[in-house]
Design a binder for this molecule. Structure first.
Ligand code: 5GP
Ligand code: ZN
Length: 113
């Protein structure tokens, strides 16, 4: 837990967010600036600055299982959804606490911009 980290404060409950799923390892919140009709952030409670800092593969299993579970529970599979991890400034990362974007509800272009 880092007091300087927005997602740590949200996970700990000291910063407000719209939480749609929570378990002992992961929270899922609505993105404050949605880029699609459904735009969620799947966030491990453990502070890791980016994908590049992950050593323990169980972090990925918790995060990706939570993402797919929420997608199923929200009925997103039929229309399709996209999972995105921005790693580093060049890829568009702006919050340096690992998170997976879960986007759905519109058609997505490939390759992404
Ligand atoms: P990144 O750019 O690091 O891949 O994604 C960070 C995401 O966090 C962005 O989509 C941004 O809109 C979102 N975000 C930034 N600040 C807040 C906040 O205070 N609350 C919520 N719910 N999302 C935020
Ligand atoms: Zn953090």
């Amino acid at each position: 837990m880092s007091r300087d980290c927005l997602f740590c404060r949200i996970a700990e409950g000291s910063e407000r967010a719209d939480i749609v799923y929570s378990d002992p390892d992961v929270i899922v919140i609505r993105d404050i600036h949605p880029r699609a009709p459904v735009h969620l952030l799947v966030i491990p409670r453990q502070h890791l600055g980016s994908a590049d800092e992950v050593e323990d593969p169980s972090v990925w299993s918790s995060v990706m299982n939570a993402a797919v579970r929420v997608a199923r529970d929200m009925g997103l599979c039929a229309g399709g959804y996209r999972l995105v991890v921005n790693c580093g400034a060049g890829a568009g990362q702006t919050v340096y606490h690992l998170h997976v974007h879960l986007l759905a509800g519109r058609i997505f272009q490939w390759p992404p911009g």
